[in-house]
Ligand binder design. Structure first.
Ligand code: HCA
Ligand code: CU
Length: 441
């Protein structure tokens, strides 16, 4: 068996974990886009997303084969232009085209200047019977012919082969095809197309593949139908899988795939630090916000790297995080760019937070007793809140108009002395909100 080494070509040595980001391919298949009658990312979105991914440290970006539509072909060129622009600053990023085992797909990707081809064809019974209708002998013959031809004429291209629906494909069938393909490719994909895999089946499958093809690199792609996309990817990485497909916020077909930042965050928490080489972890929350904005959404509450995980609504929680954020914040999310905590005023807020808000943030002159009385009035009013009203405005209205509170006059020259402690070596569990200091003399 001979193996090519495409990485030598660009002097690139793969890191312990290579994210293959597929936000612009798998992510474009998300139903979330339809929720807003948006249906597709426009070219500007794609360029901004690609730029953000490259700056974040992603080295492999998957795109549709340009044959999909004239628009995809133009967008491929635009993304390539951003990639080229950033080479001097950020090093080389590989653009991979997702191609069917079809010469037209391959030709369009090569013409567009792809660095690699991600071949896929369904191998499960469902795919063979209801998708392409080819039996194993035909699949093997056609794939081999195509791969041999590409290898011979384009030796520098990175080639990957994926048996779609790999986790519903019996091992014997997978091996039957992969045995024939392995000498011709650089990576083997094992997509969990319909989200049936569990951490146990992932590690078992990977072990068998590693034993059978010891010199191969493997690529995982896990759908979230059971809610296992993250844990499956995490287990795969820990069991030695170097390449993982992810998308920003985990968007993709149906319930999506593994979220990029969720995977990196969990590897960090589990102390797999060498797998984080080259990723700009502090850029995690900002990249999530950038992408959520493209979807016209907030960063979803189920995304670990979110402000939601530093947001507190219940009075008991709010009081405790004022004393020490670590009481209800277990993770150093500030290292992933979530630099602020958020306390939401509402019917569950207690007098502590109301006192804190009125005094420290709005500079009203009030003691604990008044804060308790205001809290009772606020709780009555806030249950009838309309969609246009804000709890903070209601609170200020009560403070001024019902309790006649006046603000502490802060001389202009001291206004800038309101400090947020940003010292790096504070305990990561300590939140900034408890550290706002009003410096008046
Ligand atoms: C698809 C299916 C796919 C392919 C993954 C791969 C899947 O939308 O084409 O090529 O590795 O989940 O199997 O996303
Ligand atoms: Cu998929």
């Amino acid at each position: 068996m001979t193996f090519s080494n495409p990485f030598q070509f660009k002097n690139y040595h793969p890191r312990p974990l290579e994210i293959i980001d597929t936000t612009l391919r798998e992510g474009s298949q998300s139903s979330l886009l339809h929720d807003h009658y948006k249906y597709f990312f426009n070219q500007n979105d794609k360029v901004e997303i690609a730029r953000a991914l490259i700056v974040y440290g992603v080295k492999f970006i998957e795109l549709f084969a340009p044959i999909v539509s004239p628009r995809e072909r133009d967008d491929f060129a635009a993304v390539k232009a951003v990639r080229d622009e950033l080479i001097m600053q950020k090093g080389y990023t590989f653009l991979l085209a997702h191609v069917r085992c079809h010469p037209d797909d391959v030709a369009s990707a090569i013409e567009a200047g792809a660095d690699g081809l991600n071949f896929y064809i369904g191998l499960s019974e469902a795919s063979r019977n209801h998708n392409h209708g080819k039996d194993f002998d035909v699949i093997i013959k056609q794939a081999r012919l195509l791969l041999e031809e590409v290898r011979a004429n384009h030796p520098k291209l990175i080639l990957r082969f994926s048996g779609e629906d790999a986790f519903r494909t019996p091992e014997a069938n997978l091996f039957r095809v992969y045995d024939e393909i392995v000498p011709l490719v650089d990576r083997l994909g094992t997509p969990d197309t319909v989200g049936v895999a569990t951490p146990t089946t992932v590690t078992h499958r990977l072990e068998l593949l590693q034993q059978r093809y010891p010199r191969m690199d493997f690529e995982g792609h896990f759908h979230d139908d059971r809610g296992f996309a993250l844990v499956n990817a995490l287990e795969a990485v820990k069991s030695g899988m170097r390449y993982i497909n992810t998308t920003l916020l985990g968007v993709g077909e149906r319930s999506g795939i593994t979220s990029t930042t969720a995977l990196l965050f969990n590897l960090y928490m589990d102390k797999f630090y060498d797998h984080l080489e080259g990723y700009n972890l502090r850029g995690s929350y900002p990249i999530n916000v950038t992408f959520a904005d493209k979807l016209k959404k907030l960063v979803p509450s189920k995304e670990p790297v979110s402000l939601t995980n530093r947001t507190h609504t219940a009075g008991v929680h709010q009081k405790a995080v004022l004393n020490s954020a670590g009481t209800y914040e277990a993770f150093p999310l500030d290292q992933f760019g979530v630099n602020e905590s958020e306390v939401l005023l509402g019917p569950l807020s207690g007098w502590n937070i109301i006192h804190y808000f009125l005094k420290e943030i709005k500079y009203y002159n009030l003691g604990e007793g008044t804060a308790r009385q205001i809290t009772d009035v606020f709780k009555e009013r806030v249950y009838n809140i309309g969609p246009q009203d804000s709890p903070a405005e209601i609170l200020v209205d009560i403070a001024e108009n019902e309790f006649g509170l006046s603000r502490i006059a802060i001389p202009e020259r001291f206004k800038d002395n309101i400090l947020q402690r940003m010292d790096e070596d504070k305990s990561p569990k300590q939140s900034n909100i408890a550290a706002i200091e009003v410096n008046i003399q």
